[in-house]
Design a protein around this ligand. Structure first.
Ligand code: 13P
Length: 283
């Protein structure tokens, strides 16, 4: 049984100079491959149920799947609600067994974001689980533009909400299909100078692997959310399997062929963030 809260994996990461992957799940095939990847890398993992995952599969079912996977390995596994947009959604996730809730009030005016996130953090902490909030707005490739995080606002947000992790907007953008969108390190330094809360980068797929590693080791960024690059590995493998065997109609036989490529992609994403052997001994 290695189910963990977000704080339980991010505080050691903050102290030990590494980061943990928040891997975007869409179904059984990818969440199982991510968990096996974490076990193979001997590193913690955060399984994330975001809006499109929840549109496809109800939260209580996802909670059972995440918890089952967490119980089947020896590394810490966090069952995380990603981009919860309402208190109701967060309450349902809490009641059905998630160990971490992200409340995303990033599109709201500052005070509203603070008040609503603080209420979810209080709810989460009373139940012994964790809460992530977002300050500034992380945009979408080909969609809504980002609003960079103001360091002074981040300091106020962290203190007033008591979140366990704070997502920031520092040049990161969701849904990028290449790794060319580097982060604004000067803004990261200005934010981490005013808070001790572990920082989160959404849109991790767009961040070059070398920069993920450098920031995992040398900044307060303790969580990189990664989705698009893993979905691309899944989609490519699925398409190849379907194209290679036009007469196969059994979906288990087809989906099985996504396992190795998705696990390999998840291992690469996790490996870029995990502690080196020497650091592991320290923490
Ligand atoms: P990418 O899909 O761009 O990696 O972003 C994932 C994410 O931030 C989920 O919250």
């Amino acid at each position: 049984m290695t189910l963990a809260t977000l704080a339980e994996v991010l505080q050691p990461a903050l102290q030990g100079g590494y980061a943990v992957g928040g891997l975007v799940c869409l179904g059984w095939e990818d969440m199982r491959a991510y968990t096996m990847a974490a076990e193979a890398e001997d590193a913690p993992v955060i399984l994330q149920a975001g809006p499109s995952c929840r549109e496809h599969t109800p939260l209580p079912v996802l909670a059972k799947m995440f918890r089952y996977l967490g119980e089947s390995v020896s590394v810490p596994v966090v069952a995380h609600l990603d981009h919860g947009y309402s208190a109701d959604e967060c309450r349902i996730a809490l009641d059905c067994g998630f160990t971490s809730l992200m409340f995303d009030g990033s599109k709201k005016p500052l005070q509203e974001n603070i008040d609503e996130t603080a209420a979810i953090a209080e709810l989460a902490h009373a139940a012994g689980i964790s809460c992530e909030g977002e300050i500034g707005f992380v945009g979408y490739a080909g969609g809504a533009a980002s609003a960079g995080t103001d360091p002074a606002e981040a300091a106020i947000f962290a203190k007033a909400t008591k979140v366990d992790a704070m997502a920031i907007s520092v040049g990161n953008v969701h849904l990028q299909q290449d790794h060319e969108g580097g982060l604004d390190e000067a803004r990261i330094r200005a934010i981490e100078a005013v808070t001790d809360v572990p920082l989160v980068i959404h849109g991790g797929s767009g961040v070059p692997l070398a920069q993920r590693t450098a920031l995992a080791r040398g900044s307060k960024i303790c969580k990189f959310n990664v989705g698009t690059e893993l979905r691309m590995a899944f989609g490519t493998a699925l398409r190849a399997a379907v194209d290679a065997e036009p007469t196969t109609f059994d979906r288990v036989a087809i989906l099985k062929q996504t396992h190795d490529p998705v696990m390999a992609a998840a291992r690469a994403a996790i490996r870029a963030l995990k502690p080196t052997k020497a650091e592991e001994g320290v923490c």
